[in-house]
Design a protein around this ligand. Structure first.
Ligand code: SPV
Ligand code: MG
Length: 294
């Protein structure tokens, strides 16, 4: 957006007003525009979604440049703060320094960096090969992030995959405490359990000051009243619902066009082209035509 208030300032202000803030995935500027119209507090620039958009698995295949380009394109079209999923930081602490500088300059409000080995494997896959870096190594990456940011409002969110890797709550708590001590503003605890128990137990046991971020994809029954009851949760990320919604809609519409032998039935069930014109701001083009095409 054109505002002089940074995304990081807007996200901090929203977090001061409301807990949790609601962040939704987007994989394109168009999905970011729709998220803003729906009233979310921010955008999750999901690595999983962008990988899927390219038809690729989320295993460190898309480059930082590809992801960063999409973040820039979303910043251009939406005034929502962007929480950038930078995976492992694309390498070691040296790579993290470069990444944090680039994402802050691109206009992101926050980065989430996870304590897995590069190249990473997507978290929710059954029997995933989940390997973490040493806690000390990741402390270095968090310190590098904090030392690199130039705007103190820019958020460094440390994500531990200890539960995803099956290492248990004690390891998750120890890592979260070490990452907070290293300067992380928030702690993202990820889980692939089908119920909220594991995450609720972690949050109850967490005695740090950094608010917790959750990604309830695997345990969708953890709705907002339940999240608010756990006061330490500062942010909820609905991490892959844009790409899943898009896939659901495209599969349905494509199949019906084939089955109907034409677009004559589906036409009234999908948005008209005028709605796309609105989202593209064609009215601005019309106004500029009247002013400048002399
Ligand atoms: C993403 O959306 O890219 C995430 C969340 O990191 S998850 O896919 O559940 O790991
Ligand atoms: Mg990711």
């Amino acid at each position: 957006g054109a505002s002089t208030v940074t995304g990081a300032e807007r996200l901090r202000a929203r977090m001061a007003e409301q807990r949790p803030v609601h962040i939704i995935s987007a994989h394109s500027p168009l999905s970011a525009i729709l998220a803003e119209e729906a009233g979310f507090d921010g955008i999750w620039a999901s690595g999983f979604e962008l990988s899927a958009l390219y038809g690729l698995p989320d295993v460190s295949l898309i480059s930082m440049a590809q992801h960063l380009d999409m973040v820039r394109a979303m910043v251009d079209q939406s005034s929502l703060p962007i929480v950038a999923d930078i995976d492992t930081g694309f390498g070691n602490a040296i790579n993290v320094i470069h990444a944090v500088r680039q994402y802050e300059r691109a206009g992101a409000a926050a980065v989430v960096i996870e304590d897995k080995v590069f190249p990473k494997v997507t978290s929710l896959i059954a029997d995933g090969r989940q390997e973490l870096v040493r806690m000390e190594e990741f402390v270095g990456k968090v310190r590098a992030s904090v030392a690199t940011r130039s705007d103190p409002n820019f958020l460094v969110i440390a994500r531990t995959e200890a539960l995803i890797a099956g290492l248990g709550e004690a390891e998750a708590l120890a890592r979260a405490a070490a990452y907070e001590a290293a300067g992380a503003d928030m702690i993202l605890i990820h889980s692939k359990q089908k119920t909220p128990d594991e995450v609720e137990s972690f949050v109850r046991a967490w005695d740090g000051n950094a608010p917790v971020v959750i990604v309830p994809t695997a345990y969708p029954q953890m709705n907002e009243p339940r999240i608010r009851a756990l006061e330490k949760i500062g942010m909820v990320i609905y991490a892959n619902h844009a790409i899943r919604a898009a896939v659901t809609a495209m599969k349905d519409v494509f199949a019906r066009i084939r089955a109907d032998g034409g677009i004559h039935h589906i036409d009234r069930d999908i948005v008209p082209v005028e709605e796309i014109f609105r989202l593209q701001k064609m009215e601005v083009v019309k106004r500029n035509e009247a002013r400048f095409l002399l």
